[in-house]
Write a protein that binds this ligand. Sequence first.
Ligand code: SF4
Length: 610
Amino acid sequence: MKYIARIARVDLDRETSETVELDGSLLRNYIGGVGLGAKIIWDETSADTLPFSPENRLMFMIGPVTGQVPQSSRATICGLAPANDAWGETFMGGTWGAEFAGTGLAGLVISGKAKKPVYLYVENDKIAIRDAAPVWGKDTFATNDLLLRATDEQASVAAIGQAGENQVRYAAVVADGHFGRVAARCGFGGVMGAKNLKAVVVRGTRKPGVFDEADLKAANKEVTKFLFQIRAGERGSFTPESKGAIAMKYKLGCMGVKNQSQGRWEAFARKFDETFVQGKHYHCRLCPISCLESHMLESGRQAVLHMITSAGPNCLIDDLEALQQGYELCNRYGIDNISFGITLSFAMECFEKGLINEQDTGGIDLTWGNSAVMLEMIRQVGEGEGFGKLLGQGSLRAAKQIGKDALQYAVQVKGLEVPLWDPRIFNSLALGYATGNKGGSHYESPGHSVERRNLALGYGIDLTELGFPAGMKRLGLENKAGLIKKIQDVVCLVNSLVTCQYSYQVYGVSLATHLRWLNAVTGWGMSRDEFLQTGERIFNLKRLINQRHGWTGKDDTLPPRLLQAMPDLSDAEQQVPDTLAEQLQEYYALRGWNAEGIPTEERLQHLLLP
Ligand code: SF4
């Protein structure tokens, strides 16, 4: 059966929608997901388009293999992002991606702004723009349940909470309500809020077209077997729960403590180890592995690692019950827990250093370790109240407003807060964060996954497949510029096919398998060289979008905190990335960019870019 990609265009100003079949060469050059999304942003927006403006395109995209292969119930939400005022992308798992694949659509491109709150109901090829008054002002859990009742209990809901309605710059989109698969980063919940769009509900019952069913089936059988072997511990130790991750972070000095000024907090690591309760495994649809993200407690979804670290040790909070509550609150309000925790730790440091006081915070005592304040600040950010209004702007904007030397305590790159994977411990992340198109994201340049593989995992990214010798040290610069360039391009491919990133970067489902999937579905017969060049094209196009929004090579940098040694770690345990400037030149040269980080005409022509 022929693979056909259609996108639905929804104009909220005019309250209309239409479905458009995509041109074959456009599709081959950009594949789907973030690739196609970047092309649409490049073609349809300008340097003057702001993330919260009606002209911004809010896109919910899947790729050709979404819903067809293991670990592929994923979707990306992308467009111009409030966190960085430039290109942004975020991802959610759960049921939404596979359900959307069943509609026969490859994406939704939403423009304009509705006159009153609405939600979209996409049921196969029918798109209805419906009144969201009954759910406006409600949290994501209630919204999920009410909209399932109003549509179809088998449908899947991606909704914003109050944080999105209040245009918090790190507002998230939450799929599946209390099961909470969250498209957290970059603030697309706020973009939905700015468009008066509360939710997108999907119900898809069709089977997408596949060119070579037999080969797709054979490839899926091999991958499923491989993933089951990992799950069973047959390919090396497998610890799907946060307990193992916190122990590893403690061992390496990568816990991110007190606004990332220190690497270890022994008391927290011990307490976590003693009191951690394993939840029930909960998988995204089509996934044979229950990962770190995927456990349910009786009380609800188990706090994910990033909530535990960014709002825990990073704010000197060791109250695990409060962190669990905080996680649920973030998901209910629709708040990115990474950006929230890191913005809170920034504010706590400003409070400690006297840059702000209780007059500024409306009487809130932002002393380190205050878990009640952490919960109150989630509420204030979500409701857009009090000091939460400032914190909801993210650490970069808050630092600029606070003034003095506050900026040096904001651990962000290009406006997006840096997660608790530390470039002083995993050296490739220095270049990865600095050159990332969306800013401080470990998801876009996951060099740490490669460096971590040396810690005795028997699976993970195969470096030889990328042209590097097997094994790469965490500390040191050898091969790091080449690695980050290559892995950024490959990640663009994974995120354009739209499968789970963990499939590639954690478990090591090969690049060759991703290409086999693509060819089996589309029948394109794409070569490995063309595949890699497509990833490079997509990465460069995102760079061009960001340059159009004013970013230059000067923005390829790290915050001061990440350029300081952690006093509680020895020199042998960490390496400060103080040669970043030289590394950038090596990286730019590999990319075919000039010394200012601008892609050359020659390179752009080679990549068929404008
Ligand atoms: S590895 Fe985790 S996030 Fe990825 S598809 Fe499986 S359960 Fe979902």
